[in-house]
Design a protein around this ligand. Structure first.
Ligand code: ADP
Ligand code: F6P
Length: 320
């Protein structure tokens, strides 16, 4: 391929810039023309793009967000939207596209590949909810942000002998909640993958730890469960322990990426260009253990991923 495009789509994630940088640098080094497409599939439909060079991606590896901007673009899901994108690719001579995003973005990449524009997906989402990957770009930074924020909350929660009920992101998945919950020493972690009983898993656990001398409590609740305001009220009513709810929200999506996210983004960006260089499209690049592998997008979208239930059990056993 002589010309490739790169875009970031869906929710942004720290480390996306490292992936963009790797795509641009390795593409240029292989003698390709690399076009940066702005605001995800919107830029592809409306021709909002620019030619990038080695220096366009200087000083971005350390930056959160995405220099290409991101968007959710419902129009792209329509037949007309898809056709607009294909027409722009033809007009601009774009022969392949690297799509950095979550599984929604991969569905778009699959549709484009089916229509003759080979695409390679790179998993970029803080949620770590892409089935074919052990790890997605942004996950580590988001967990570290949660840990830092909850450490701060713990200071004030402890000073006031209170209970903090904290909602963390993850869409329908509990990966951030489970792992950050362990790192924060949460008394209880509630995730959508595991059914819970409020009395048994929240109130009883608090009472048990209270008997051992504990006077402040951190409850981590995944966004897929939600309702932290109501939960804090109920805890206070039932136990008499003053409780406060905190929704950490979009702060979890920002910040300078960790080493792990910078390295993962760099390696996956490099691999995506290697595939396109060989004319291979309709693939998703993934991390399995410490290896970089790739899968057919159709297969990747049909895979299932199970949260580690042993980890969930251990988390609760050691937080009592
Ligand atoms: P993420 O990539 O983080 O999962 P979204 O689900 O919002 O985020 O998807 C990002 C974009 O990918 C959407 O705005 C849309 O343009 C495109 N997309 C999502 N689902 C599909 C689909 N089924 N077919 C084609 N494009 C899709
Ligand atoms: O997928 C990343 C994510 O931050 C989810 O954790 C969350 O549910 C969603 O995106 C929020 O989306 P938006 O930025 O559109 O509010």
């Amino acid at each position: 391929m002589k010309t490739i495009g790169v875009l970031t789509s869906g929710g942004d994630a720290p480390g996306m810039n490292a992936a963009v940088r790797a795509v641009v640098r390795s593409g240029c080094e292989k003698g390709m023309r690399v076009v940066g497409i702005k605001r995800g599939y919107n830029g592809l439909m409306y021709g909002d793009m620019y030619e990038m060079n080695l220096r366009s991606v200087s000083n971005i590896i350390n930056r959160g967000g995405t220099i290409l901007y991101s968007a959710r673009s419902p129009e792209f899901k329509t037949e007309e939207g898809m056709q607009k994108a294909i027409d722009i690719c033809k007009k601009e001579g774009i022969e392949g596209v690297v799509v950095i995003g979550g599984d929604g973005s991969f569905r778009g990449a699959r549709d484009l590949s089916l229509r003759g524009i080979p695409c390679v997906g790179i998993p970029g989402t803080i949620d770590n909810d892409i089935a074919c990957c052990d790890y997605t770009i942004g996950y580590d930074t988001a967990m570290n942000t949660v840990m830092e924020m909850v450490d701060r909350l713990r200071d004030t929660t402890e000073s006031h002998d209170r209970c903090s009920v904290v909602e963390v992101m993850g869409r329908r998945a509990g990966y951030i909640a489970l792992n950050a919950g362990i790192a924060c020493g949460a008394t209880t972690i509630l995730i959508p993958e595991v059914e819970y009983d409020f009395e048994r898993d929240v109130i009883e656990r608090m009472r048990r730890t209270q008997k051992t001398g504990k006077r402040h409590f951190i409850i981590i609740v995944a966004e897929g469960i939600g309702g932290v305001g109501e939960m804090a009220k109920r805890i206070e009513e039932i136990t008499g322990i003053e409780s406060r709810a905190t929704v950490l929200g979009h702060v979890q999506r920002g910040g300078s990426p960790t080493v792990r996210d910078r390295v993962a983004g760099s390696l996956m960006g490099f691999k995506a260009v290697e595939l396109l260089e060989k004319g291979i499209g309709n693939r998703v690049v993934a991390m399995k253990k410490d290896d970089i592998v790739d899968y057919d997008i159709f297969e990747a979208l049909n895979m299932q991923k199970q949260i580690d239930l042993d980890l969930y059990k251990i988390a609760h056993e050691i937080s009592i």
